[in-house]
Design a protein around this ligand. Sequence first.
Ligand SMILES: Nc1ncnc2c1ncn2[C@@H]1O[C@H](COP(=O)(O)OP(=O)(O)OP(=O)(O)O)[C@@H](O)[C@H]1O
Ligand SMILES: [Mg+2]
Length: 373
Amino acid sequence: MVYSLEPVLWSIKYQPTTWDEFIGQETAINQLRSLAESKTVPHLLLYGPSGTGKTLAAYAYARHVLESEFTSNFKWLNIRDLRSFTISAAKRKIQALAKLDRAARSELDEYMSVVYREAKAELKAKGMTGIPNRSQLLHQAVKMFASTAAVGSDMVKILVLDEADAFDNNMLQALRRTMEIYSDTCRFVLVTPSLAGWNPAIISRCITVHFKAATPEDITQLLSMVSEKESVDIDMHGLNAIIRESNGSMRRALNLLQMCAASGKTITEDIVYAFADTPLTSGVRSMISQALDNKYLKARKALRNLLTMEQYTPQEVIAQVQREIAKRPLEPHTVRHIIDRIAEIDYRMIQGKNPHIHLTALLASIANMVDTT
Ligand SMILES: Nc1ncnc2c1ncn2[C@@H]1O[C@H](COP(=O)(O)OP(=O)(O)OP(=O)(O)O)[C@@H](O)[C@H]1O
Ligand SMILES: [Mg+2]
């Protein structure tokens, strides 16, 4: 049997590689394109909702600026990897990863385990014991890449720090200092869903580039192109259902199209809804139902499951809670109170407070609010 080497996921197979292939992000792409063409390399902060092309645009920008020196002068780090990061399903902790042999690690995993060892050695050299905290890991990760000169004359290095919403306050402070130390040799491209909670001192050191949520027209354009290439039949209601369910994310729209297409039938609204449920939507739905029914312990268990077993981030969970509350037939003033609490807790989480405690408190107050109305 011959296995195809084609990318399996359409969101990878059809990812934009040239500037013109980015759909619906003219302002952001033109901004990056003209910076790249004039070889202007400031620090950049790309922000906007999920699945709109930020990570790919960061790569496209760096490729254009660095050209043949791309491999030696570019690095991409995901800030979530600086926590307790995992190799795929094994979900091992960073400490465990440092003990694995080379063959078992991917390139990024390899880098991060060296970062971990170096940061630990540095602590030891200072006479301290224990494991490095996230700010120390961040500093070490940047230092290992940025402290050596760029390859090629007149070249800078470009370091993409992706999913930078996972920075806590201490890390943002550390980042500001680190950016200053290495700004002669290295430019930072920070990628984050929103600017909320960002230190103005960091924002003012960067050129900000905004990616907007994909519009129904953008998603239609992408899905029509892919449906034609993959010979997928989709009716108008099916298309509209995918647009509604993808919440402005091109990635989600493509994933949904691909899942529905696997049914082998013309894609209708019913097929889309049958495939649209994810562990996040169904988990949050049952968690909220339990909180509303005063089954607080069960709701708390569902929350723990979403965060630890399914590995959703607290931010993803709270955003889904908000969407779920909006769909419920609750009294308008109850909805207002709950949305208010969600906003307050979202703010506290950005401040780096313990998300488990605050999300549990949110469940308790949802139950209380419904009790007293
Ligand atoms: N503007 C776009 N035009 C065409 N396809 C897009 C666009 N934006 C995203 N996509 C599709 O969505 C996928 C995800 O894009 P990317 O990883 O760059 O998004 P992102 O903004 O970094 O999302 P996240 O915030 O979740 O990391 C791409 O592989 C591509 O298939
Ligand atoms: Mg991304």
